[in-house]
Design a protein around this ligand. Structure first.
Ligand code: ADE
Length: 254
């Protein structure tokens, strides 16, 4: 196994490159790919930057140039449903490009000429990721997220959700817009800007992948402010410890 790990922003992946200890940096397509061992797993870490094209380019390069066999996307997302709170964790069961609309030529959300609206991540990798997320919340959360931070974000008892993640080239910061997406996409748990693009690339290249997100905001009028605060202070801890627990699992039970 060679695991490609993508995040959009530095804050969503901080600490992983250091944890690789002596990784080699290779530059391709204006991105830095860090190649080495991450908790004994052969890994390549990279920042995609934001948006579907950036993510698709990065995922393709990871597979075609760096030979990764699996891809993991970690980062933050806006809540896609009222039952989901800031600090919760979502693991994709399915992904859709919410801004894809070639109607009336093709049904809304369908990626033209694929006959598909939804893309499915690898079940086994997603299950391992969920269990890594549970382990993080049960074992690392209180130690790594300070009481001040927990209070600032109202992080009482974060939960792990599995469901539909919708991606689009749009930062959703409008209550009406998120409610409309929730109505149009049953099972929606989160919105972000990259996952479904990685999903399409991985499906087309036959590479198993999984997507995990910490919920940074409610995709409403406060989203930009909440997002910035969350990303600056706690997003990295979520990503770091969940990835660490996932790698540990992969080593113990390959
Ligand atoms: N990533 C984190 N929060 C988001 C939001 N509200 N919309 C799109 N992407 C996001």
């Amino acid at each position: 196994m060679r695991l490609g790990i993508i995040s959009a922003l530095h804050e969503e992946q901080a600490g992983l490159v250091e944890a690789m200890g002596g990784a080699a940096k290779l530059i391709h397509g204006k991105r830095e790919y860090w190649v080495g061992k991450l908790w004994e797993i052969d890994a390549v870490c990279v920042l995609s930057r934001i948006g579907k094209v950036a993510a698709a380019m990065t995922a393709t390069t990871l597979v075609e140039k760096f030979g990764v066999t699996h891809i993991l996307f970690t980062g933050v997302a806006g809540a896609g449903d009222k039952t989901i709170r800031v600090g919760d964790i979502v693991v994709a069961e399915s992904l859709v490009q919410h801004d894809m609309d070639a109607s009336p030529l093709f049904p809304r959300f369908e990626v033209p000429l694929t006959g598909q609206t939804h893309f499915q991540p690898d079940q086994q990798l997603s299950l391992r990721l969920s269990s890594a997320a549970h382990a993080f919340l049960e074992c690392d959360f209180l130690e790594t997220i300070s009481e001040t931070e927990r209070q600032a974000f109202g992080l009482a008892q974060p939960r792990v959700h599995r469901g539909l993640i919708a991606s689009g080239d749009q930062f959703v910061n409008d209550r009406q817009r998120i409610d409309a997406l929730n109505g149009a996409l049953p099972g929606l748990v989160a919105v972000e800007m990259e996952g479904a693009a990685v999903a399409q690339v991985c499906q087309e290249l036959d590479v198993p992948f999984a997507v995990i997100r910490a919920v940074s905001d409610n995709a409403n009028e406060d989203a930009a402010h909440d997002f910035m605060r969350f990303v600056k202070s706690v997003a990295a801890q979520y990503a770091f410890h969940i990835t660490r627990r996932l790698c540990r699992q992969l080593v113990e039970a390959p």
